[in-house]
Write a protein of this length. Structure first.
Length: 572
């Protein structure tokens, strides 16, 4: 069978019309340009649509070269930068150790394939990519700092024979500590690791010292994975280096400490929050990466379904009351709060926050950080904030009775209050407030909405495929919808775009409990928490399971991810 021409494929796919194809072919004649480029220049089609259709025409894979695309130092070594730029191609991992895959803008360029085969001495497999994306990847991966893993490993190998550091009991003055922290290998290791964390979209870096070695792990999409650690000989210097950057006491290794610093990566400023903890074999460090540029503070984009979004916006427009977000640390509550504050931001509205700590700075919002070490806690801060004529108050977390009472007093006196509470689900927020000493009548009078939140991983679009759940999974989904057997379920099989995980990015799953008159009556009647939860579901509360299954049905995530945040199907 004779393969279809590119123009015919674009025509059959409905990408262009007959008249557009005729015009492009006419312009192409005598110009020496490819038909796809002519169509893109005319504005009839995008370069990605051309590349995908070209891949279909030649029966080759299409590679989307986005922020998740990775190539290793081995591929960079096999294909020099000059060759990659000359033929506009980027190497990728081959199907085995004797091959290499080459993503090309012009996959029929025989000279380019021969050049790669000759210089790499490997079999060459072709793939199709968008030219501008290939050029961007060449710029990214052929820079010196791009080869982070290789540089880290080279550094570790170079320093592996260094004499072990002094014992923890040896006395070192500030000058000696600063000297080892400013050694070139230490500075280079810290810089490379921070760049790797930003590149891989990590939310945290964990340094975990052992007796003879150190483990370093980064958290990506909620899961920890190991990366190249420093030799134990460098670890004392690495800890001191990070402490100096964070303005922490470099001589104090017996007490937990906190600090923060900023650094520049990929042309933008990134905040880092640092926590140290003294352990048997040295200080454990956890660095929280706060990348403002990766933060979505737009309610319309954060992940609410349309009906829930409309309800949330309506409640945010109320003149007073309390909106609570519940969930564990790292579930995205703060991001949702910032999105709500951004939605409320207006020159006519005075928005004030009190946080511990201030994680992200938001323009036109007044933000305050508590300082417990000098006696400035949430309760004291709130008393002073109420004298600042606020319209909207955001409290980082309600932790005790005093803070809760002040928040409720503010809600009763005409303020809208947003805060977080650590509970397992939305209905548990009411029993939690009762446990810390708040009377049911105050709870019923002030709470307007409780949102439980968790994060689930999103299926990678590049390797998504349908699959059939097993009977145990259907047993759970059928409790939510009798039609769930007829849904189309997806999962990711793993590819180079997602690091073979099958997932790329995360989205929130919500439990949504609006406090109606019926809910208030139940709060005042002080029924058991189990009965309260059951009746809330009857009244229409959206549970984490129900909301998660909506995302499963829409092809965003998997049953495994949803069950991991609502394992029994009863949480909200």
């Amino acid at each position: 069978m004779v393969p279809k021409r590119l123009g015919e494929i674009l025509l059959d796919a409905g990408k262009i019309s007959e008249s557009q194809l005729t015009e492009a072919v006419s312009l192409q004649k005598g110009s020496g340009r490819l038909l796809g480029k002519v169509l893109v220049d005319l504005g009839y089609i995008t370069d990605e649509e051309v590349a995908r259709c070209l891949a279909q025409q030649l029966e080759l894979p299409f590679f989307k070269l986005d922020e998740f695309f990775r190539i290793g130092p081995e591929e960079v070594r096999l294909v020099p930068e000059a060759l990659a730029r000359r033929f506009i191609l980027i190497p990728a991992k081959g199907v085995d150790d004797k091959s290499i895959t080459v993503v090309m803008s012009d996959p029929v360029d025989i000279e380019a394939v021969d050049a790669v085969r000759s210089i790499s001495n490997r079999d060459v497999y072709k793939a199709v990519g968008v030219e501008r994306e290939i050029v961007a990847m060449i710029d990214k991966f052929y820079r010196e700092e791009a080869h982070i893993e290789r540089n880290l490993q080279d550094l570790v190998d170079e320093e592996a024979s260094v004499t072990l550091e002094p014992s923890e009991d040896s006395g070192m003055d500030h000058d000696e500590l600063r000297t080892i922290a400013n050694d070139a290998p230490v500075v280079r290791f810290v810089n490379l690791l921070l760049m790797q964390a930003v590149r891989d979209r990590a939310s945290d870096i964990h340094f975990e010292p052992g007796e003879r070695d150190v483990a370093v792990r980064i958290r990506v999409d909620g899961k920890l994975r190991e990366v190249t650690p420093p030799p134990k000989a460098l670890y004392r210097g690495v800890v001191t280096r990070i402490k100096i950057l964070s303005d922490m006491d470099i001589a104090e290794r017996r007490l937990p400490l906190d600090g923060r610093f900023k650094f520049n990566a990929q042309g933008r400023s990134v905040d880092v929050r640092v926590s140290s903890l003294p352990e048997i074999h040295g200080e454990k460090l956890v660095l929280r990466i706060l990348d403002r540029h990766a933060l979505i503070v737009d309610l319309d984009r954060i992940g609410f379904e349309e009906d829930l979004l409309e309800s949330l916006k309506r409640i945010l427009k109320l003149p007073n009351g309390i909106i609570l977000l519940t969930g564990p640390t790292g579930s995205g509550k703060t991001t949702t709060l910032y999105s709500a504050l951004t939605y409320l931001k207006d020159p006519s509205v005075n928005v004030q926050t009190v946080e511990d700590p201030v994680e992200y700075l938001v323009d036109s919002i007044n933000q305050m950080q508590i300082r417990p070490q000098i006696g400035l806690d949430f309760a004291i801060s709130l008393r002073h904030i109420l004298r600042q004529d606020p319209d909207v108050i955001m409290i980082g977390e309600i932790r005790d009775e005093e803070t809760a009472r002040i928040a409720m007093r503010a809600a009763l006196t005409g303020h809208l209050v947003l805060s977080t509470l650590h509970t397992n689900d939305a209905p548990s927020a009411f029993s939690r407030l009762t446990d810390i000493g708040i009377e049911p009548y105050l709870i019923a009078a002030t709470i307007r909405l409780v949102i439980a939140q968790r994060l689930v991983r999103v299926i990678c679009d590049e390797c998504k495929e349908p699959y059939q759940p097993n009977e145990a999974e259907f047993a759970v989904t059928m409790r939510v919808s009798q039609e769930s057997r007829d849904w189309t379920y997806h999962h990711g099989v793993g590819c180079h775009h997602c690091g073979e995980s099958g997932y790329k990015g995360r989205r929130p799953v919500f439990g949504f409990l609006e406090v109606t008159d019926d809910v208030r009556d139940m709060v005042l009647s002080e029924i058991s928490e189990v009965e309260f939860r059951r009746k809330c579901v009857t009244l229409g509360m959206e549970t984490l399971l129900v909301n998660g299954l909506r995302k499963v049905r829409n092809g965003l995530t998997t049953l495994d991810e949803v069950f991991s945040v609502s394992p029994d199907g009863g949480g909200a």
